[in-house]
Structure formats: C-alpha cells, structure tokens
Design a protein around this ligand. Structure first.
Ligand code: ADP
Ligand code: ADP
Length: 228
C-alpha cells in the first residue's frame, strides 16, 4: 500500500521579479515502512519537496495522495489536522523550546491535542525511553549535547505516533559520529516500529542509511538508487 503518492507535482514560487520553478513534474511513490533519502545540490528543490510531502506547502499543479487521501486541494484546517495526525517533523536545528526540559518539549504536541497531564507524561517518558534518554528527562536543551537535543526532537515527533517522519538535514548540525548514531536511531524506528522515514540530506554517508536514494536536480528527479 502506498503511503505517499505524488503525481506530476510542480511548485512555482512567484515574486516581484517573476516565477521560480522549484519542482517540475515530480512522480514519486513511497510505501509504508520505506526509508527514503532525498539528495541534491542546494536549490534543487529538496526542502520544497519535503514541505509539500509534509502538507506545509501546496503544490501548484499535480496530485498528492497521503494514505489514499487526496490532500493537494483540501482546506488549511483539514491540512493541519492531517499533519498532526500523520506526520512528525525533525529539523536540522532541533527547534526545541529552551525554557522547557526534555519532558516538557516532548509533551507539547499532546498538550495541543488536549491530552491530560498524567497520560501526557506517561507517553512522553515512553518516547524519551525509545530514543535512549530516560536519564535526561529533566534536562533543558542548554544542558544537553547536540545529539541528545536531536533525540529529544525525535521523541517529540514520535510521541504523536506518526505514520511518517520527515527529517530535513537531521545530522547537519552534528559531528559525523553523533550523526551516525542518529541515523541508527532512525533505522531502528523504521525497522522495529515500521515508521516510514523521508529524509533530506547533503551527506552521502547519511543518505545510505535509507533503503532508497532519490536525487533531485533543478526541481526534477534525476535518478533513484536502491540500497542493497
Ligand atoms: P537548505 O535546503 O539548503 O537547507 P533553504 O531551504 O533554507 O536551504 O534554502 C534553499 C534555497 O532557497 C536558498 O537558495 C534560499 O535562498 C532559497 N530560499 C529559501 N526560502 C526562500 C524564500 N522565502 N524566498 C526566496 N528564496 C528562498
Ligand atoms: P533545496 O532545499 O534543494 O536547497 P529549495 O526547495 O529550498 O531547494 O529551493 C528550490 C528553488 O526554489 C530555489 O531556486 C529557491 O531559491 C526557490 N525557493 C524556495 N523557497 C522559495 C520561496 N519561498 N520563494 C521563492 N523561491 C523559493
């Protein structure tokens, strides 16, 4: 069963000086349980593609199906509901709130969903346990290493039990050893929990933790490589 299906997706940005075509005729299918890496030079459309997949941005043309639902033309409210229900996001710079400890950061998405305190804490602790941070739950981001902060961010994505995790350069701020540990964590979540992962990276070594590499050039898919 396809979790993601993009058919003829294009994205144009209009500005004062004219239009920039960020994506042209993208056809891409991702099945449940896949781990896909997206590579390509700066400006090739990687972030735009991830934003479209993550329902943060809409395509200018083409069709997008997420878990069989056609999502390219739904309302903004419906789009954010779909996002909250299906997708966890992980960013290069972690995007943690500095005033909250690890537990507080991981609980946040559940607060927005109106889940009560005891249940929130239970689920947040479970997510922090899954990323190996049981002994750091009361540390604030400034008291954690980069790799630990990224683990908190991954726990925050996991606590919503997403079908899909989207990661934009998740190792871009980490040294390579820590980056590899984060990739091993994504791999574990993918194989043990069946979470579908789509990740953008510049780093070929990191990309190879995925089972398929999609290469973009000038807004088009240039090639796909399957990792044995
Ligand atoms: P990366 O994908 O390498 O992390 P970004 O997605 O932030 O970097 O930016 C990629 C390219 O898109 C850059 O050339 C940047 O200048 C351009 N860009 C990003 N956001 C905008 C914007 N709002 N308006 C114009 N150009 C943008
Ligand atoms: P990448 O992530 O591969 O660096 P992007 O998806 O950020 O590439 O950008 C693809 C193209 O779209 C680039 O030419 C970039 O300048 C342009 N672009 C990205 N975001 C915007 C935006 N918000 N407004 C205008 N142009 C943008």
């Amino acid at each position: 069963m396809e979790l993601l299906e993009l058919k003829g997706i294009s994205k144009e940005y209009r500005s004062g000086k004219g239009a920039v075509k960020a994506l042209s005729d993208i056809n891409l299918s991702v099945k449940r349980g896949e781990f896909v890496s997206i590579m390509g030079p700066s400006g090739s459309g990687k972030s735009t593609l991830l934003n479209v997949i993550g329902c943060l941005d809409r395509p200018s043309a083409g069709e997008y199906f997420l878990d069989g639902m056609k999502v390219d033309r739904v309302s903004d409210d419906k789009l954010s509901e779909i996002r909250n229900r299906y997708i966890g996001f992980v960013f290069q710079n972690f995007h943690l709130l500095q005033g909250l400890d690890a537990l507080g950061n991981v609980e946040l998405p559940l607060i927005y969903r109106g889940i009560g305190s005891a249940e929130r804490k239970r689920r947040a602790k479970e997510a922090l346990d899954a990323v190996g941070l049981s002994d750091r739950i009361h540390h604030r981001p400034s008291e954690l290493s980069g790799g630990e902060q990224q683990r908190v961010a991954i726990a925050r994505a996991l606590v919503q039990e997403p079908l899909l995790v989207l990661a934009d350069e998740p190792t871009g701020s980490l040294d390579s050893r820590t980056g590899r540990a984060i990739m091993e964590l994504f791999q574990k979540l993918n194989t043990e929990r069946g979470i579908t992962v789509v990740m953008v990276t510049h780093d070929r070594d990191m990309a190879r933790y995925g089972r398929r590499i999609v290469r973009l050039l000038d807004g088009r898919i240039k090639e796909e490589e399957f990792i044995g």
